[in-house]
Design a protein around this ligand. Structure first.
Ligand code: GLN
Length: 281
C-alpha cells in the first residue's frame, strides 16, 4: 500500500473509532460490582407501550404504574433514574427496540412466551396474569362461544390476540393498536366484547362501572421484564431487586397501591413460599 492511499485509510479508521465511541453504552456498577451497560449515562431507559393501566399510564406529565415502580426499584439500586420511552408494543415484544439500543429494559405488562424468549431475555416472573373478557354490564357475552358471529376486539401483537384467534371459533376479531382504543370500542358498541389481560380489565371496570369482566380464561401467564439477549448482568440485577422487594414488603406495598381491589396476599407466604405457589409471581 502506498503512502498516498494509507493516509485516507487511517483517517477513515479514526472516524469509525469516533463514531463507535459515540454509540458505546455507558457503564454503571451493579450491586454485586458487575458492569451493567446502559444506553444513556445515568439513566435506566425503559421501553413501554402506553397506556396499560395500572401497569403504566400517564398522570399529568408523568408515567406511573406498577411496572414503573418495579423498574424504579432497579434504577434506585443502580443509582440512576428511570427514563420511559413510549413505543409500539410490536417493537418491544420482538426485541427490536432492545437490540436497537432504544432502551435497556422493556416493562410493558409483557407475558413471557417461548417465541419472545427467542428474541429477548426475560427477568424472572414478577406478576401473574390471565386473559379475560370485557363487555357491557348485563351483556350475554360471557364466553367466546357466546360471541359466535359477533365482533371481538383484540390488541395487536398481544397474547390476548393469539388466544382469541385460536379459541374464538366463528368469532370475528377486530384488531386495535392499543388498549385505550380497544376499550373505547367496547364501551361505544363498535365491538361486542374484547379480550385483554385481567389486571387491566379489572382496573377499567373499577373506573367504568357500566362495564363488566364477564369471563376469565386460565392462560396462566407471567409477566417478565425484558432485556437485550445476553444482557445477563442487567437481568440478574432485576431478579435480585425483585427478590429483595418480595422479601422485605416493598413488592406487597406496590401491589396494594396499584391493585386496591385485589385480595390481599399474606406477605409471610410471599417471602417464604415456593415461587411457583406465589399468586403474584
Ligand atoms: N400481557 C400481554 C402480552 O404480553 C399484553 C401486554 C400489553 O398489551 N402491554 O401480550
Amino acid at each position: 500500500m502506498s503512502a498516498r492511499t494509507a493516509l485516507p485509510l487511517i483517517a477513515t479508521v479514526a472516524a469509525l473509532v469516533v463514531v463507535s465511541t459515540g454509540c458505546t453504552s455507558t457503564k454503571t456498577a451493579g450491586s454485586d460490582g458487575s458492569k451493567i451497560e446502559l444506553v444513556t449515562a445515568g439513566k435506566l431507559t425503559t421501553c413501554t407501550h402506553l397506556p396499560y393501566e395500572p401497569f403504566q399510564s400517564r398522570q399529568g406529565n408523568k408515567v406511573v404504574g406498577f411496572d414503573v415502580d418495579i423498574v424504579d426499584l432497579v434504577a434506585k439500586e443502580l443509582k440512576v433514574t428511570q427514563e420511559i420511552v413510549d413505543t409500539p408494543f410490536e417493537g418491544i415484544q420482538t426485541g427490536e427496540d432492545l437490540n436497537a439500543g432504544k432502551c435497556d429494559v422493556a416493562a410493558a405488562g409483557m407475558t413471557i412466551t417461548p417465541v419472545r424468549e427467542e428474541n429477548l431475555d426475560f427477568s424472572g416472573p414478577y406478576f401473574d396474569a390471565t386473559q379475560a373478557l370485557i363487555a357491557k354490564k348485563g351483556s350475554p357475552y360471557t364466553s367466546l362461544a357466546a360471541l359466535k358471529g359477533k365482533k371481538l376486539g383484540v390488541q395487536q401483537g398481544t397474547t390476548g390476540e393469539t388466544y382469541a384467534k385460536k379459541n374464538g371459533v366463528g368469532v370475528e376479531t377486530v384488531q386495535f393498536e392499543d388498549v385505550a382504543l380497544l376499550l373505547t370500542a367496547v364501551k361505544t358498541g363498535q365491538v361486542d366484547a374484547a379480550v385483554n389481560d385481567n389486571g387491566v380489565l379489572f382496573e377499567y371496570v373499577r373506573k367504568n362501572p357500566e362495564m363488566a369482566v364477564t369471563a376469565e380464561f386460565e392462560t396462566g401467564e407471567k409477566y417478565g421484564i425484558g432485556v437485550r439477549t445476553g444482557n445477563t448482568a442487567l437481568r440478574k440485577e432485576i431478579d435480585k431487586v425483585v427478590k429483595a422487594a418480595r422479601a422485605d414488603g416493598r413488592y406487597d406495598a406496590l401491589y396494594k397501591k396499584w391493585f386496591p381491589a385485589a385480595p390481599k396476599a399474606d406477605p409471610k407466604v410471599d417471602a417464604q413460599a415456593d415461587p411457583k405457589a406465589d399468586p403474584k409471581k
